[in-house]
Write a protein that binds this ligand. Structure first.
Ligand SMILES: [Zn+2]
Ligand SMILES: [Zn+2]
Length: 327
């Protein structure tokens, strides 16, 4: 089946981190982190509906101003997720500018800050000079966004401060076999949508009235599910940056990113600099490779290399890949 999520690293791994995910069937994009985003064309940025920020160290959040500049006069809402403190971080960014003459602009920035099992929401409304409107709190169970076609989950990790890791999982595809329909003489129609919905809910009870060439026929849902439906797993794309390597973080990361199709993960230091990596709350290339292997991910994509390795640009990748393939 053709992939429907297309994820790419926006910059080379020595530049500030940001991953763009193009959702092909929705003309919509999402971002993991807001590092340097100047290489993304406005047409891509204008499609962005949701931004998932790991933490607000400057290399992960400096792109906010550029993003705002591009979307400012658009009629849209953008959702921005991040760890506790995100609402005041955004308020601070917006307070740096003067906001008169914007009363006809319809941009709303919805900020969701994840604080343990709770998410607090504050909306910044452009037409009111980006005044913040408190939208209360709600509980989550690890899934912070549940859309018709995909979910996004998050876990808080230790980086001295909290750094959030995210995973986007497409929901399974429920496909109708056209050949199987034709063989049985079933006609297409709205009943197929209802059937898919029942299968999605795993409710295989009862019968469905199926239009045929000569009229209609009552067919058990369970029989239809077996005869005309195929279910395929969706893609999973995960993003992990700026974390200390310890047992607790390791267990949380592996749990989150398990069986990902693509894992974007930092490899900030070389395996020889693991002491320094621990002191700076970052991963080494070896740790990144081992995590990917342990989690059984299909493809490992490295980002966020320390500039100290610029003279050996492939060192971190080759170290990580060695341990990824060994696992
Ligand atoms: Zn950081
Ligand atoms: Zn960083």
């Amino acid at each position: 089946m053709k992939p429907l999520l297309h994820a790419s690293l926006v910059n080379d791994p020595f530049k500030d981190p940001v991953v763009y995910v193009d959702i092909l069937w929705e003309r919509r994009g999402i971002l993991f982190d807001l590092g340097c985003i100047h290489r993304l064309p406005p047409v891509s940025l204008l499609k962005v509906s949701d931004i998932f920020v790991s933490h607000t160290h400057i290399d992960h959040f400096i792109g906010f101003d550029h993003f705002l500049r591009i979307v400012l006069n658009r009629e849209k809402s953008v959702r921005l997720y991040g760890p506790k403190g995100m609402i005041s971080n955004v308020a601070g960014k917006l307070a740096a500018y003067t906001w008169n003459l914007v009363d006809r602009y319809n941009l709303v920035i919805e900020v969701y800050e994840i604080d343990g099992p709770k998410i607090r929401r504050g909306d910044f409304i452009c037409a009111r000079g980006f005044a913040m409107e408190e939208k209360g709190e709600f509980e989550h169970n690890g899934v912070i966004l549940d859309e018709p076609h995909f979910t996004v989950s998050a876990v808080p990790l230790s980086h001295g401060i909290i750094s959030m890791a995210y995973s986007m999982a497409e929901k399974e595809h429920i496909n109708i076999s056209k050949d199987a329909l034709e063989r049985r003489g079933y006609q297409v129609g709205p009943w197929l949508k209802d059937l898919k919905e029942k299968v999605r809910r795993r409710d295989l009870t009862g019968e469905v009235m199926v239009p045929t060439k000569d009229g209609e026929e009552a067919v058990p849902v369970a029989k239809l599910e077996e005869a005309i439906i195929t279910i395929s797993r969706g893609q999973k794309i995960s993003y992990v940056v700026d974390v200390l390597y310890n047992e607790e973080n390791l267990a949380k990361i592996v749990g989150l990113v398990k069986d990902s199709d693509v894992l974007f993960i930092e490899a900030f230091f070389s395996e020889g600099d693991s002491v320094r990596a621990g002191e700076r709350y970052h991963l080494t290339s070896r740790q990144a490779g081992e995590i990917a292997a342990q989690a059984g991910v299909k493809e490992l994509r490295l980002l966020h290399h320390s500039p100290r390795y610029k003279d050996a640009p492939n060192l971190l990748k080759s170290e990580a890949m060695k341990y990824f393939r060994r696992g």
